[in-house]
Design a protein around this ligand. Structure first.
Ligand SMILES: [Zn+2]
Length: 154
């Protein structure tokens, strides 16, 4: 999963990737979910794909929570957030998952216009915002800071 460009539709690897997808390979579902969620036209479909494996896959779970947060569905994030912390053994592991997902997003955003910065609608602000910050956050606001990064820099 270190070089996800092969999932993009215009590459010659797409046929093979589609086969993996049809056979229900979890990394394929995760990458396709992220790719679709990166595009505003297909974001709902992407979220549905991610949610299908979110309870059992830390990468899918993180991206599910991230895109829910970045699209203003803050209340739905609570359950996903709880699941995510069950899937990762430590805060450090959570950040490792987060960083890899952010890298995948940066590689997969090629399709369509990136407009996350215009979609910044985090309606439910974490109540720990004053005490926490990027790089020194808690489990409650973990998705908030990544979503903020997504909306500002991606
Ligand atoms: Zn916090």
């Amino acid at each position: 999963m270190t070089w996800p460009d092969f999932v993009l539709p215009e590459t010659p690897f797409r046929t093979y990737f589609t086969l993996l997808l049809e056979r229900g390979a979890r990394p394929a579902i995760y990458l396709e979910g992220v790719r679709l969620a990166c595009n505003f036209v297909t974001v709902a479909h992407g979220l549905t794909m991610l949610s299908s494996i979110s309870p059992i896959d830390a990468y899918a779970c993180f991206s599910h929570g991230l895109f829910l947060t970045a699209t203003g569905n803050g209340r739905e994030v609570e359950a996903v957030n709880a699941t995510f912390w069950d899937l990762v053994p430590s805060f450090e592991a959570a950040n490792t998952v987060g960083e890899l997902v952010m890298y995948h997003i940066s590689r997969l955003h090629a399709e369509g216009t990136r407009l996350w910065n215009r979609s910044w609608r985090f309606v439910v602000s974490p109540d720990c915002l004053g005490r926490c910050s990027y790089g020194a956050c808690c489990r409650n606001c973990f998705f908030y800071w990544y979503a903020r990064e997504l909306c500002i820099f991606y």
